[in-house]
Design a binder for this molecule. Structure first.
Ligand SMILES: O=C(O)CCC(=O)C(=O)O
Ligand SMILES: [Fe+2]
Length: 336
């Protein structure tokens, strides 16, 4: 386990709690809330199963994704070594010229990774840190390399991971569109899953079984792909109740985002989720790929007023700054 120096000073009260490395504290997590979410096989897609998973759950495991296990081990190793660096070193490492950024304290970050004003104060007790990797910085859109060797190794594995997640999300999106009988042109597909706004976010939560990691929220994305480790903690709401997403090795957790709810005309719902109590007194790592529409991607649906994705983002940002929380799609309802 890494030392407390690698965490931001604001995490102090959490970090000072006595810890028992790697001990399972079963009673802290309500295991009656474990539930088997649908498992979708990407290589042998069953369209009916996919439709049910999207319609009834909004969250499912995706297996047979074709991501090599060696790449996942490399990512785990380099991520742990970068995030375990002393806090001050991490702050310096991600200089102003790097598109990669280090953030901490809150999920109320803009897609560019900047924590929104006042967000850290309001997120007290829900603490984590991470590295924001814009997908565009990994591809030919914005080629760059890092002068620090550790960061450069991180960038290289992320570039490889970025290729896999882009491929996976396009296959999945096309299949989901088919379950909705949506006949989308290639341009529309590209605009719904924009390479220029997609981000990979690597997150680390301090070892703590009692304190929640991330407040309940929906993602503004089209699709979110979460790679959580075996520490667990991801929870989602179904029929008014919270359930645990029990980790499933070699699979990704797919969550439908707000833009999928709009695109599907509410046939599919954006999943409400959070990071709650963990299964083990261990640091928790997750790697998330958020795929968003293009800024000017227009949504016309029967339930919401027409809007572009950038209008949606601007409203979310305003609500967070004004009320300290995201209001989300209800702001755009035709009949509120
Ligand atoms: O860390 C996780 O597993 C989930 C994170 C998440 O929901 C988010 O960053 O939006
Ligand atoms: Fe989320």
């Amino acid at each position: 386990m890494s030392n407390s120096e690698s965490y931001p000073p604001e995490f102090g009260t959490l970090m000072n709690k006595p810890t028992e490395p790697e001990k399972s504290i079963e009673p802290s997590l309500d295991r009656t809330k474990d539930i088997l979410i649908p498992v979708i096989d990407l290589e042998h897609l069953n369209m009916e199963k996919l439709r049910e998973a999207c319609r009834d759950w909004g969250i499912f495991h995706l297996e047979n994704t074709g991501i090599p296990s060696t790449l996942m081990s490399q990512i785990k190793e380099i991520t742990e070594s970068v995030l375990s660096l002393p806090f001050e070193e991490k702050r310096k490492l991600f200089g102003v010229n790097s598109p990669l950024s280090y953030f901490w304290g809150t999920n109320l970050v803009s897609p560019s990774g900047n924590a929104l004003k006042g967000a850290l104060r309001k997120s007290f007790g829900h603490l984590f840190e991470g590295i924001n990797v814009p997908l565009a910085s990994l591809s030919s859109l914005l080629p760059f390399s890092c002068s620090d060797p550790k960061l450069e190794s991180f960038r290289v594995v992320m570039e490889e991971y970025g290729k896999h997640v882009s491929r996976i999300v396009m296959t999945l999106f096309e299949a989901i569109a088919e379950t909705l009988s949506l006949d989308l042109s290639d341009d529309r597909k590209k605009s719904c899953l924009s390479e220029s706004t997609g981000v990979i976010r690597v997150q680390r939560y301090p070892p703590c079984t009692e304190s929640p990691g991330l407040k309940p929220h929906t993602d503004s994305s089209m699709i979110s792909m979460i790679n959580q480790d075996d520490v667990g903690g991801l929870e989602f709401m179904k029929d008014g109740e919270w359930f645990n997403v029990t980790p499933l090795a070699n699979s990704l957790v797919i969550g439908l985002g707000d833009m999928m709810q709009v695109l599907s005309d509410e046939k599919y719902k954006s999943v409400l989720h959070k990071v709650g109590k963990r299964m083990k007194m261990k640091e928790r790592y997750s790697i998330i790929y958020f795929v968003f529409p293009d800024k000017d991607c227009m949504f016309n649906s029967s339930c919401y007023k027409p809007f572009t994705f950038s209008e949606y983002e601007a409203q979310v940002k305003l609500d967070i700054e004004t009320h300290g929380c995201k209001v989300g799609l209800s702001k755009f309802l035709t009949n509120p």
